[in-house]
Design a protein around this ligand. Structure first.
Ligand SMILES: O=C(O)C(=O)C[C@]1(C(=O)O)C=C[C@@H](O)C=C1
Length: 100
C-alpha cells in the first residue's frame, strides 16, 4: 500500500508529488534561462558599462515580488534572499559579457 497524502487538494503518493516538484523545478530553471536572455539584451544596451547595477530597479522588483509572495503564501524575507542571489548572478553575467 503506497503512502498516500494530500498535495494541492488531491490524494497522491509521495512519488506523484515528487514528480510534480521535478516538473516545477524544471520550469523554474527554464524561466531563469529566459530571464538570463532578457538580462543579456539589457546588458547589450549598457555596452558603455557606465552603470550595470540599478539599485532603484532592484528595489522596485523586490517590492512587487514581496507583495506577490505574500499573496502566494511565501515568506517575503525568503523571496528577498533568493532575489538578492539572482540579482548578484545577473549583474555578474552583465559584467562578464561587457568585459569580453
Ligand atoms: O533592469 C536592469 O537594468 C537589469 O540589468 C536587470 C537587473 C535584473 O536582474 O532584474 C539586473 C541588474 C540591475 O541591477 C537591475 C536589474
Amino acid at each position: 500500500m503506497p503512502f498516500l497524502f494530500r498535495f494541492g487538494g488531491e490524494v497522491v503518493t509521495i512519488n506523484d508529488a515528487r514528480r510534480k516538484i521535478d516538473e516545477i523545478d524544471q520550469d523554474i530553471i527554464s524561466l531563469l534561462g529566459k530571464r538570463r536572455r532578457c538580462v543579456t539584451e539589457i546588458g547589450e544596451l549598457k555596452a558603455n558599462k557606465v552603470k550595470v547595477r540599478d539599485i532603484g530597479r532592484e528595489q522596485l522588483i523586490l517590492k512587487n515580488l514581496k507583495q506577490q509572495a505574500i499573496k502566494d503564501g511565501l515568506d517575503p524575507e525568503f523571496i528577498e534572499k533568493v532575489y538578492k542571489e539572482i540579482f548578484a548572478y545577473f549583474i555578474q553575467c552583465q559584467n562578464d559579457m561587457l568585459e569580453t
